[in-house]
Design a protein around this ligand. Sequence first.
Ligand code: IFG
Length: 507
Amino acid sequence: MPPLAALGVHRVVPMPASVVAASGAPFALSATTTIVVPAAGGEAGRIGEALAVLLRPATGFPFAVTSTDAAVPNGSIVLRLGGAATLSSEGYELTISADSVRIVAAAPAGLFHGIQTFRQLLPAAIEAEQSTHREASGWSVPAGQITDYPRFAWRGAMLDVARHFFTVDEVKQLIDILALYKLNTLHLHLADDQGWRIQIDSWPRLAQYGGSTEVGGGPGGYFTKADYGDIVRYAQDRYITIVPEIDMPAHTNAAIASYPELGCSRTAPDVSPNAPGAGLYTGIHVGWSALCYDKETTYKFVNDVVGELAAMTPGPFIHIGGDEVQVLTIEQYATFIDRVQDIVAQHQKRMVGWDEIGRAHLKPTSVAQMWRSDTSMAAVRQGAKLVMSPATQAYIDMKYTPATELGLDWAAYVELRNAYDWDPVTQYKGVTANDVLGVEAPLWSETVQNITAAEYLILPRLPAIAEVGWSATQTRDWESFRARIAAHAPRWRLLGMNYYPSPQVNW
Ligand code: IFG
C-alpha cells in the first residue's frame, strides 16, 4: 500500500475530530529521524521509546530517542505534554510538515493515542517485523494537522475468560488490538457457572477447584495474582483500565461447587455425566445458580473476594454482574445487590452491574451496563451512569450471519454494519447524553476457545464499536468507515491477527 498522497482520514479508525491537509511536502522517515521526548522523560519518554520500537523493525532505521525541552533539529518526531489543554485528557494535536512531526497532548494518554493515528497514516507495511517489507516509495506521511479527542470516556471490550479460559499472553494480544483503536477499558468476566479464574487467598478452592474446568470439560485454568498484575501493568502501559467482574448472585456455580455452603438452591440443569468433579458444570445454560442472599457467610465471601480484587485493581470500578437471576424474587435480589454495592463502596470502588441492577437501590456512583432494552430504564431513573452494550449491536459473540460457525445468535445476527450504525444515546428511549459514560463490546466465550477464534469475532466489529465510542456523531458515516476499515486488513495480516472478511467491505 503506497503512502498517502495528501493528509486525509483514508485509513484512520476511529475517525478523528478534525483533519486539515497542508500543501507542503510530506514528512519522510529516514535513517536520521530522531524521536524527541520531554527532558523529564517519564511516561512521555516511555511512549517515545514505544514509538521507536514500533517503527524500527519494518524500516530498519535506528530512531534514536533523545530527551530535551530545547528546540529540536529538523527531521524529528517530537512528543510534547501541556499546551493542548483544551483537548481533554485523551486528546492530542498531530502536526506534520516536511521538517517535523509534533504530537502535543495535555496528558500522556493523548500522546499514546496520537501515536496510534500516526501509525495508521503510515503504510500498513510499517507493522512488518523485518525490513524486507521496505516500502519502494519510502515511509512518508503527508503534511497537515489532526486535532482529535474522544466523544465518550468509557470505550471498551469485555473478554469472558470463564466459559473458556484464555492465557495471559492471549489477553495481551487482545489489549494490543484495543490500543490500536484507542479503546481504554478491558472488562474481564472472571467468574461464572463453568469456571472461577482469579486466585483469591482467603478462599483458595475458588481458583484451584472452581477453575479446574470450562465449557465442554476442558482443563480451564486461572490467573494467579502475579498473572493478573502482569495483565494490569500491560494494560496500564497502553492507557487501558482493567475492570474485573465477579458475576453474582447468579452465574455462581463454580464458587458454589468450590464451597457448597455458599449455595441455597443449586439444581445444575445438566451436570455432564463425565463432570470433572462434584458440582462442576460444563454446559451453557444460564440463570439457574444463586448465592444464598440471606446467609451472612455469603456477605463475608463477597467482602473477602471484593477486598482482594480491589487491592489488585488500580482502576476505580468493580463489576459485580447481577444478570439473569432466575431463582430469587426481585426483593431478594435487591437486598443482595444493595449489600454488595455497600461492600464495593467500603473498598473505595464504584459498582458496575448488568442492567438488571436497576431493580436495586443504586448510588449515583454506580454504573449500569445496558445489554437488553430494559424498557424500565430503572437504572437511569435512579441517576446511575450507563455503559451501552446493546446485544443487537455490540455483542461480538453474536454470529455475523447464519453461516458463521462461531458465536451465538439469540440476540441477532450482527454483521459489521449492525455494529457500526447505532448511537449510544438514542439506542434506548429515556436516555440522555449526560447519562452515558460510553460503550463496550462484550465477547462471551461459550463457543470461543482461543484468541484466534476470538479475533475472527472481534475484527472488524471492535474497530466499528471503537469509532462509535470515539468519533463525533457528525463525523460518523458507514460508507466512509467501510472504505477506511478496508485498509486495515493488510495491517491485521502483518500483525498475525485473524479477522472476518465481511462481504460488506471491499477489502
Ligand atoms: N447472556 C449472559 C451471558 C452470556 C451471553 C451470551 C449477559 C449479561 C448471554 N448475560 O449477557 O452470560 O451467556 O451471548
